[in-house]
Design a binder for this molecule. Structure first.
Ligand SMILES: *Cc1c(COP(=O)(O)O)cnc(C)c1O
Length: 471
């Protein structure tokens, strides 16, 4: 399989190359040149374990990794999960919950970042090269990326988070990791500041090349690919349980990475009736799919912080496919949007036809809290605030004869303050994985909100470790 850029400016590259490139060198996003059609295999695949299914799907997109190596990478990636099914599906009231939070950091990002960590290690080991990952986080991505990379050879990770602006649990999940290749940087600034600094570092090409910088956010195709697997797995479980021939999914959405993986599964032939795109008050994507116009506004802080995003990076992949893989048109759309902050693709009356698969809506703070309280009192099941947004929006699009699978993207114990607010009981949101972190030694470096200070810190740490290895 070869990968090309949405902006059309690079020669197609094979899988491993695409993974290391992350963002395409022309500024676009990488996509496979086609989506393999697998309708004929679905019946046989429906009995596979999660790891076996992951192998069958991922190998269709990689012809540069031998089967035995790919199997080993996959098995290692999911060994750290606390549930045998990796991503179990649980019937709760009117819906089926796809629990994606049984990985090391209790959020769905582990599913892809454990895989990406192993993949990086494998590729770097072949070439004896090294990679220094730099990532900005508002909470979940940082800890999942750290746990994907900690203790591995050939890799270091530098995580920038806004000091005092991530939740106490999220901070603890990052700073209690004290491996020598993990650097937590508490920045004296906001999340936007951390993102701006990371962008500046990546745009400084001499610095980027000299320090072998790498990216782990969902612009990396390997993350989307790993997430495609659980759409298949959950559909098989749910169809077997209900006897139905198709399913719908509700997806709490921020950067559009997770739901894009659902569109890939559908393109491969998985019988999906609807993909419900659910946002919080930061509803640029919900507005787009209902009006045909993509227009930014200010980011507001909500109870579901991992979805507090205005510019959804993976949306470019959807737009490119919508354009009929027309890179020239895509480029023009992106330029127009960058200049004006507005992109109109179609009229409001025709917006419903933008994508036969996608429907979209939003849930606000009151609805989110009500959904958590309601699911707890009726079904004795705790929703995290992101999942609660998806559950709320799903009810509007639930067709009578099609099972609705709601993606549970985080464990409620990551958000004890919200659980207490919704149910009146903070004790409900305790879990041994988080309790065990309390009182552990923590490590972080506080740095000022200046790109030169961050750049200097990164360079110093890399050369200090290189000196040590040489001795
Ligand atoms: C990252 C995240 C999301 C949003 O996923 P995207 O792929 O960015 O759309 C939703 N819920 C949780 C808990 C997350 O960490």
């Amino acid at each position: 399989m070869l990968y090309s850029s949405t902006r059309g400016g690079i020669d197609p590259v094979p899988f491993k190359h695409a993974v290391m490139m992350g963002l395409a060198r022309d500024g676009g996003l990488l996509l496979p040149e086609s989506f393999p059609e697998v309708s004929e295999q679905l019946q046989a695949w429906s009995h596979l374990s999660y790891q076996e299914l992951a192998f069958e799907i991922i190998r269709l997109y990689t012809n540069d990794i031998p089967d035995a190596d790919l199997k080993r990478i996959i098995n290692r990636s999911y060994a750290a999960f606390r549930h045998d099914a990796i991503t179990p599906v649980v019937a709760v009231g009117p819906v089926h919950m796809l629990e994606l939070f049984h990985g090391p950091t209790l959020a769905f990002k582990d599913v892809a970042l454990q895989f990406l960590g192993n993949l990086f290690e494998y590729i770097l080991g072949e070439t004896d090269n090294e990679l220094n990952i730099v990532v900005a986080t508002s909470g979940d991505t940082g800890s999942a990326a750290i746990h994907g990379v900690r203790g591995r050879e050939h890799m270091r990770i530098f995580v920038l988070y806004p000091d005092g602006r991530v939740s106490p649990v999220q901070a603890l999940q990052m700073t209690s990791v004290t491996d020598a290749n993990v650097f937590n940087i508490a920045l004296d600034g906001t999340f936007d500041d951390t993102q701006a600094i990371v962008k500046q570092l990546f745009n400084d090409l001499p610095f980027k090349d000299a320090n072998k910088l790498g990216a782990v956010n969902s612009i990396n195709w390997a993350r989307v690919l790993a997430q495609t697997v659980y759409y298949f797995y959950a559909a098989f479980q749910t169809m077997a349980r209900t006897g139905k021939k198709k399913v719908s999914f509700s997806v709490p959405t921020g950067n559009f990475g997770d739901i894009f993986a659902g569109t890939v599964a559908a393109a491969m032939g998985l019988p999906i009736s609807r993909l419900v795109l659910a946002t919080n008050e930061n509803d640029i994507l919900a507005r787009f799919f209902n009006t045909g116009t993509y227009k930014t506004s200010n980011v507001v802080s909500t109870l579901s912080p991992s979805m507090d995003i205005q510019i959804a990076s993976n949306f470019e992949r959807w737009l490119y496919l919508y354009s009929g893989r027309n890179a020239a048109k895509l480029k023009q759309w992106m330029n127009d949007f960058n200049e004006t902050g507005i992109l109109t693709i179609t009229s409001e009356t025709e917006a419903g036809n933008l994508d036969p698969l996608l429907v979209a809506g939003r849930a606000d703070t009151t609805q989110t809290l009500a959904a958590i309280a309601d699911f707890y009192s009726r079904y004795n099941y705790l929703l995290d605030p992101h999942t609660a947004v998806g559950v709320t929006v799903s009810s509007k699009y639930h067709e009578p004869d099609v099972p609705m699978i709601c993606l549970a993207t985080a464990h409620p114990a990551k958000f004890p303050e919200t659980i207490e607010q919704a149910t009146g009981n903070a004790e409900l949101a305790r879990t041994p994985q988080i309790e065990a972190l309390k009182g552990r030694p923590t490590h972080r470096t506080s740095l000022p909100n200046r790109v030169d200070a961050i750049a200097e810190f990164i360079t110093e740490q890399i050369s200090a470790q290189a000196r040590k290895t040489r001795k």
